[in-house]
Design a protein around this ligand. Sequence first.
Ligand code: 13P
Ligand code: SF4
Length: 366
Amino acid sequence: MPVVETVGPLDERRAAPSPAASDGAALRKFGALPVPSLEWNAEVERQTARLYERIKNVVPSVEWPFFAPYVKAINAIKKERNAVILAHNYQTPEIYNCVADFVGDSLQLAREAAKAKADVIVQCGVHFMAETANILNPEKTVLIPDLEAGCSLASAITGEDVRMLRERFPGVPVVTYVNTSAEVKAESDITCTSSNALQVVESLGSERVIFVPDQYLAKYVAAQSKVKIIAWKGSCEVHERFTGDELEMIRANDPSVQIVAHPECPPDVIAASDFTGSTAHMIDWLRKNRPKRVVLVTECSMADNVQAELPDVEFTRPCNLCPHMKRITLPKILDSLLYTKEEIVVAPAVAEKARRAVERMIHLKS
Ligand code: 13P
Ligand code: SF4
């Protein structure tokens, strides 16, 4: 059924997230490490050759001398710090393939963060992901290499907005996409990701559900459910730029092309696609179906990462870059590990409430 109502002053709150500032406690606890050599030489080439093999069809060999010394240094310091690197599927190939310990979509990264045993979790993704890691594993030191790595969805709604929605729709449960601040999660009944949004909405047994903040994910869920959905006017600045018309044009040129889209895309894009799913579901679909040509209607680095794994699949543009995900770079990851920054600490009272909503999602039976 269509979304019954879409609420929200979408007042361009898209700049930076409201970052949790580090008070330097982590640096005091761990101390700074000596800066490693970042020289490119035959020994570095030899030691990193196995890693370059993984990305050689997406990263030109002229770029490797810049990346390799960082890759070597990060992998060494990771061990010294007892750190684990979690990377979202939108991270660039040299991060995703050469320094990450775990890669995945938002749900997979949240699960890894919850069970991480290392002392330090470096979140190569965006701010809300690092907050989620801290909420689920408050004993650990959670770092994000760039504090300004935000998200247009997370900036589209505040805790106060959720309280306003609860007043306007009393008794209606609130399902919150994980792409939100800890403050918003703390005001919610349960969180969801793009992997499980339909399942979460239907798990509540409610006739009506408030679903925030992604209006397009809300429409995608509503189209598959009898639950009446009240949506919020947020959107992903990367996925909202795709259009159904551009995809139809590509298909007209090559009817055999497969179109695979993320559910943060507008409905006309989803209607023009052969498959819709979270980033992890998109990758699984490609592994299983191995199409000859594909348009991956999502962030550009994901096509590079899948291409590195499936060299026989041809990826056709368009794709759009997420400026927030692209703030994470190898030099910043190295600094993050060397100087234990930027630490993300969610205020305990907020974290406790947010944890209930996130854990309720994680423990949902699939
Ligand atoms: P998933 O990886 O969970 O599909 O989310 C996509 C996204 O935009 C994360 O910021
Ligand atoms: Fe946020 Fe969209 Fe970037 Fe994901 S791709 S982090 S939803 S702005």
